[in-house]
Design a protein around this ligand. Sequence first.
Ligand SMILES: [Zn+2]
Length: 322
Amino acid sequence: MNILKPVLLLWASLLTAIPAHCWGFWAHKTINYYAVFGLPPALVAFYKPQIRYISEHAVDPDMRRYLVASEGAHHYIDIDRYGAPPYDSLPRRWDSALARYGNDTLQAYGIVPWWVPRVQARLTEAFREGDKARILKWSAELGHYIADAHVPLHATRNHNGQLSGQEGIHGLWESRLPELLAADWSLLTGHASYIASPTAFIWDRVVESGRAADTVLRLEAALGKEFKGQKWSWSERKGKLVRQYSEPYARAYHQRLNGMVERRLRQSIHAVASFWYTAWVDAGQPDLGKLQDKPLSPEDEKEFERMQQAWRTGVMKGRAED
Ligand SMILES: [Zn+2]
């Protein structure tokens, strides 16, 4: 084994690591799936038969990033570029932020806290119009952006530890760790609540994420020094040797974080259910019973197909690892 090790390392360094996505595809699908169980009966009756769609399409916004360069900015905000917590110099209102920084800067640093209320408005409108396809589409996508806003590494310019020699931490936090440990977590998070101000709510979560980013990075740097040789494990995927964080390392990191990933996953689930519920209430609590049997539009099916094709090419447009 000792003789083989340098050879393995050399070989592996030539191979690509497992790509990371926002929260990981598994976590995004799980968040949307469990959010359905937090809804009141009138909404569960509509969402539950569509739970597969809601869960599968949770990752559409990530797939769109392989198709549309401007999509990336919807998933994050480098909030530390605007100063220190609570980032008071950054206007929460879009038009004020636009006037102060200009569109190019805002787009470059990411716009997730402004994007969530916009998608929320689209969902509310879809409920008002009784448009089943749009309700499902915007529910699934809104779930994605809300979940991203809960990830600390989506709220810092050092989003993949690339500024501190911690490349890969993004995938460790939001993919490796939940995929390894979530079987032991309780993901039923109780009843959805009405959100009086979606804008204030999502900004609070983003500011929390921004505050937590430092902890996420600092604790991993310290742990890496302690683990040294046991930090990585190797496995074969499709004939290629792939490096990933070892299980003991991921477990130790989870403990150091005092369960932060589990907490943020649960908060995401509850927030997604609450945003869906709020959109329905704001639309006047329409009766969704008559929408049950409407088929989805062929255009939506086509858009999904195009996104999947682009995603399969494996070339993300814009910034990766967010
Ligand atoms: Zn994302």
